[in-house]
Design a protein around this ligand. Structure first.
Ligand SMILES: [Zn+2]
Length: 198
């Protein structure tokens, strides 16, 4: 192991690295690490991503760009509204068990279409209807829903999903208990580009 630029980090180091990359992104001073031909070849045999990121499918929320990382750095799971189901949980379990990823970040974002649709009670047809219950549950937790209900609800979704991942049986709850992984909630602001940890 360690033939590439990816060395094993613990959860705190990984989070620090992500936030440093986000700072570069916000200030326009990106390093674009691990994006060369050499980087690509270095991870053909194996990957050691520093973090698993569960975030929205929204085209404006690309984790590798937002955190100024590259090939092999992030194990990304994306679904509208960054909610969980069996497939997303299984994907996160894969990162923990097979890739020994030390950190999971659940990242909601401002102006989220999925959250906004549920908050406004819009009609969601077909499989989109499955977004409603988890997002509605989070909306109920918003304490002060005055002007920015959608963005507050997006933060609640991230926090609620994080809590559910922490408790997820089998596998993840054990990893959390043993300190093999940390699961944190985060929020991305589309306009400033900034990621805050909730
Ligand atoms: Zn979204």
């Amino acid at each position: 192991m360690g033939q590439n630029a990816h060395q094993r980090l613990n959860a705190d180091e990984a989070l620090e690295k992500l936030l440093a990359g986000n700072k570069r992104f916000v200030s326009g001073k990106q390093l674009h690490p691990n994006q060369s031909k050499k980087s690509r070849k270095a991870v053909v045999e194996a990957q050691e991503p520093m973090a698993a990121i569960l975030t929205c499918a929204d085209s404006r929320v690309p984790p590798v760009v937002i955190f100024d990382q590259g090939i092999g750095d992030l194990f990304v799971v994306r679904v509208a509204g960054n909610i969980i189901d069996n497939h997303t949980l299984g994907s996160i379990e894969y990162a923990l068990v097979h890739l020994l990823t030390p950190l999971v970040v659940v990242m909601g974002h401002s102006s989220c279409g999925a959250v906004s649709a549920v908050a406004q009670g819009a009609q969601l047809d077909g499989h989109m209807a499955t977004f409603v219950p988890p997002i509605q549950a989070a909306i109920k937790n918003v304490e002060d829903p005055r002007d920015d209900l959608v963005d507050r609800a997006a933060r609640e979704v991230a926090k609620m999903v994080t809590a559910r991942i922490n408790e997820s049986e089998p596998i993840i709850a054990d990893y959390v208990r043993d300190g093999r992984v940390k699961v944190v909630a985060a929020y991305y602001d589309l306009e400033s580009g900034e990621v805050s940890i909730l």
